[in-house]
Every structure is written in structure tokens, then in C-alpha cells.
Ligand binder design. Structure first.
Ligand code: GLN
Length: 400
């Protein structure tokens, strides 16, 4: 019998090793098994109705056509004001701030505008899963260095440290870009100002640019501060600063963020941005521009999320899961290697699948943030959830 020919021509994949992102896969698995979804990072509670009202008002006021390519002036002005207040750096809203369709688009566009084939881009693993494919699409070469995993006396993971020596060795004249992320997804690690200073020393006299993903900037706990590249003049002069409204305002599905960068970088960024998304939806921009004027929301965010973190950690403390520190983000990592069940031997991905289908709680394997399989029996939970959701999840996790 003759084979039916596939009429679609074949072509070489631009991303041959990439499948569907782990967040989508785990959310689908959670839905299928009616598991409590602590996997993909998004809140399960509503945003402030006032923010929705402002977006509605903008729609009714007929702000429904293309906004300016770089974003509406009121929003860019508001962002410049906020950054200057928090991080003492004045970006020019006209030539240095661009509104993007979320952080992920900002990251891809920044990479596409500066990375040429054969350029090297340093990422620090575990790294958010969009970084590597974005670099590969630009033709860049990914140079991955790993956070140092610190282990306790039981050989369980206790924290992570920036691998300064490896990072220093990885930088060379081909290094176009170094990507950092603070507060860090998935580990929750937060860079200190001394870390930024150390990075500044490393890149001094090099032509390396920095991309700093700071989308969790308002989730730093225990009275500590977020240290932005914007606050470090030497770094700010060579950095794309990426942030997002989705995380801060509980609206991850609106996909609005921004990129702040010196005008020479922004000029190149916008060349790509205009043909990448052209503009970002207008009414949401008006909504944020107005809502941003009230600083109380983001100033209260550390307290709001710290209460959730502490509630979740207190509940987990009576399980055999080992809690890793969470100085920032809305993610809690745990080491499951000492659970007294056979599944403690599973790799992270299989453990997460088992946890989702059999225990009814979805989580993300930290190995998904590494290219080469790196197993350390650590998984990530998202605690951006209502108290009831967290209690229900804890009840199930107590069955472990
Ligand atoms: N940033 C979110 C996370 O780490 C997920 C975003 C996405 O699903 N692409 O969970």
C-alpha cells in the first residue's frame, strides 16, 4: 500500500530541541487531574477592581486604536518617575522606555536587537526557559554557567550562590550579553548591591551588555530591598532593564511590561519591537498609567506576599520536604530527597507528574530551568494563591 504523503513541505526547525514550555505542560496536567495548580506562576485571586474600572473607562473613552509604537506617554512618564524614585536613576521616557507585551517579549526583542550570529550570551542556570531559545533564534551561542548549589550535612540543597569565578572565566571579547535575573525565578535568590558591584567590575573594560530581568522586583521580603541595575550607574549604562506589570498587579494574562535602557540601546530595541509586536494594547496602557500613580499597591506588595510565603512555609514545615530559603519572588523551592516514600527517588520531572496526578498538587521541576539534565530533587511551588488554595494544597502535601 502506498503511504499517504504529507502535503506540508518539511523544513529544518529553528528550535529542534524545544518542546512545549513546562508551564503549559504542567498547567494542562493539573487541569486534567483537577490538581491544585502551584506550578505555573500566576495568582488565583483577582486584581483590584479599580484597575479593571480604569481599563474599562479607557475603552469607553475610545482609546481603542493603535497607541504610539513606543507606548503611551503617560505610562512611560509614570514608569520613569517610579524608577527614579525607587532606584535613583532618571530614564528619559521619550528615548529610553518602551512598553512591551510582557517581560518575555521584552527579553526576546532585546536579544534580537543586539545579538548577532556567533555572539556569545551568558545565562546563569537555573534560568527562565525562554532565555535559551530566544538567544538561539538570534543565532547567538548560549554560554550557560550554573549557580553553585550549596548542600547541608544531609546532602540536601540548602541555597544557591552566584558562581563568580566561572562567570569571570566565561566573559571574553565575544560576549555580547550577560543575562541576570533578580529576584530569581525559580530559586527566589535576590542579588545584593555587592553582587551588582562585582558584576560591574567584571564587565568594566569589556563590550558586554547586560539584560536584567527584574519582573519580581516588588517581591523581596524580610525588610530587604530589591537592587536594580538601574541603581548602579555603570551597569545602567549598558543594561536592558526588563519589568512587567503582570506580576506586580496580579494580571499575568494582560501581558504588559516594559524595557528601560540607555537611548543607544533603546534605539536598536525599537527597530525590532516595531516589527515584532508594533504596539501593545491601548486600554491596558491607559489603565496602568492611571493606576500607577497610587504607589500604595506596589509598596504593600512585599507584606502581602510575605504573609503568603510564611503561611505556606509554616504549613510545609511539618512535612519531610526541606524548605529552601525564599528571600524573593512568589516561588517556594523544596528538596524532596528525604521523603520516606519510594517516589523520593524519582527525577524531578517524574516526581512533579506523580505529585500532580497522585497527590493532586502541581509543581515545576527545577531541572526544567537547565539545558543539560541537572537533577537535584528540587521542585518549585508558586504561593501566589488564596489562603484557601494554599491550605488545600498543604492538606494534600501532608499525605506525603
Ligand atoms: N513566569 C511564569 C513562571 O515561571 C510562567 C510564564 C509562562 O507560563 N510562560 O511560572
Amino acid at each position: 500500500m502506498s503511504q499517504i504523503q504529507d502535503p506540508t513541505p518539511s523544513f529544518p526547525s529553528r528550535l529542534p530541541t524545544v518542546g512545549t514550555t513546562v508551564f503549559t505542560v504542567m498547567s494542562a496536567l493539573a487541569a486534567k487531574h483537577q490538581a491544585i495548580n502551584l506550578g505555573q506562576g500566576f495568582p488565583d485571586f483577582p486584581c483590584d477592581p479599580k484597575l479593571i474600572a480604569k481599563v474599562n473607562e479607557a475603552m469607553l473613552a475610545n482609546h481603542n486604536q493603535y497607541p504610539p509604537m513606543i507606548g503611551i506617554a503617560d505610562l512611560r512618564n509614570g514608569i520613569a518617575h517610579k524608577i527614579s524614585k525607587l532606584y535613583s536613576h532618571q530614564y528619559d521616557p521619550e528615548s529610553e522606555i518602551t512598553i512591551t507585551a510582557g517581560g518575555t517579549q521584552g527579553i526576546l526583542t532585546a536579544i534580537l536587537c543586539c545579538v548577532s550570529p556567533a555572539d556569545e550570551v551568558i545565562i546563569i542556570e537555573p534560568a527562565y526557559d525562554s532565555y535559551r531559545p530566544s538567544i538561539e533564534l538570534a543565532g547567538g551561542k548560549v554560554i550557560a554557567v550554573s549557580l553553585q548549589t550549596i548542600r547541608d550535612e544531609n546532602d540536601q540543597v540548602s541555597s544557591y550562590e552566584i558562581p563568580w569565578d566561572t562567570l569571570a572565566k566565561a566573559i571574553n571579547p565575544k560576549t555580547r550579553l550577560i543575562m541576570i535575573n533578580t529576584p530569581h525565578n525559580p530559586t527566589g535568590m535576590v542579588w545584593q548591591s555587592a553582587d551588582l558591584e562585582r558584576l560591574a567590575q567584571l564587565v568594566k573594560n569589556t563590550s558586554a551588555l547586560i539584560l536584567s530581568d527584574e519582573v519580581y522586583e516588588h517581591m523581596v521580603y524580610d525588610g530587604a530591598e530589591h537592587h536594580s541595575v538601574a541603581a548602579h550607574p555603570e551597569l545602567a549604562a549598558r543594561s536592558f532593564l526588563i519589568s512587567s506589570f503582570g506580576k506586580t498587579y496580579h494580571v499575568t494574562g494582560w501581558k504588559v511590561g516594559y524595557v528601560a535602557a540607555p537611548s543607544r540601546l533603546t534605539k536598536e530595541f525599537r527597530k525590532v519591537h516595531q516589527f515584532n509586536v508594533f504596539t501593545v494594547n491601548t486600554p491596558m496602557q491607559y489603565g496602568f498609567a492611571s493606576y500607577l500613580q497610587d504607589e500604595s499597591h506596589y509598596l504593600n506588595l512585599p507584606k502581602f506576599y510575605q504573609a503568603k510565603r510564611d503561611f505556606f512555609r509554616a504549613g510545609l514545615a511539618s512535612t519531610q520536604l526541606k524548605l529552601l530559603p525564599t528571600p524573593g519572588t512568589y516561588f517556594q523551592c523544596v528538596d524532596y530527597s528525604k521523603l520516606n516514600i519510594p517516589q523520593a527517588k524519582l527525577n524531578e520531572s517524574n516526581f512533579c507528574q506523580w505529585l500532580t496526578t497522585e497527590i493532586g498538587v502541581a509543581a515545576i521541576p527545577v531541572s526544567a530551568f537547565y539545558e543539560e539534565s541537572t537533577e537535584s530533587s528540587v521542585i518549585r511551588f508558586c504561593f501566589a494563591k488564596q489562603a484557601q488554595t494554599l491550605s488545600n494544597a498543604l492538606e494534600r502535601l501532608h499525605n506525603l
